[in-house]
Write a protein of this length. Structure first.
Length: 128
């Protein structure tokens, strides 16, 4: 009986010590203010990415390309407002590349703009 009592006490002490060590290893949690800053930053980044896409779609060269290709740019602009995640990041990067080409004096950006419009049309079809 005494052996069982000693064994029980030993097991309780061992588990208490292990629990204390496990608690010490827990990573600190993120505070509410830090979380709000992270969310606000992400929302701001997404807004900037959407603005880059909208800016490109508003360019006369892109409007002409869409009209000549028979694409509905109004629906593409509407679809761009619903993008998020990797799709948004990828299209925003393509829009920035096309804007840089146009700013550098390029007059033909068919590949980048065409890809952007095709991807937006796919998004329109999937969203519709």
């Amino acid at each position: 009986m005494r052996i069982q009592s000693v064994l029980s006490v030993t097991l309780v002490l061992a588990s208490t010590l292990c629990a204390g060590r496990a608690t010490a290893q827990i990573a600190p949690t993120v505070g509410r203010a830090e979380m709000q800053v992270a969310i606000a930053t992400r929302v701001s980044d997404q807004a900037s990415q959407r603005a880059a896409i909208q800016s490109l779609l508003s360019r006369p060269e892109v409007r002409d390309l869409a009209a000549n290709s028979g694409l509905d740019l109004t629906r593409a602009k509407a679809a761009a407002t619903t993008l998020e995640g990797p799709e948004l990041e990828r299209l925003a990067a393509q829009a920035a590349s096309a804007q840089a080409q146009l700013a550098g004096g390029a007059t033909t950006i068919y590949l980048t703009t065409g890809a952007l419009i095709v991807i937006l049309l796919i998004v329109i079809l999937l969203a519709g």
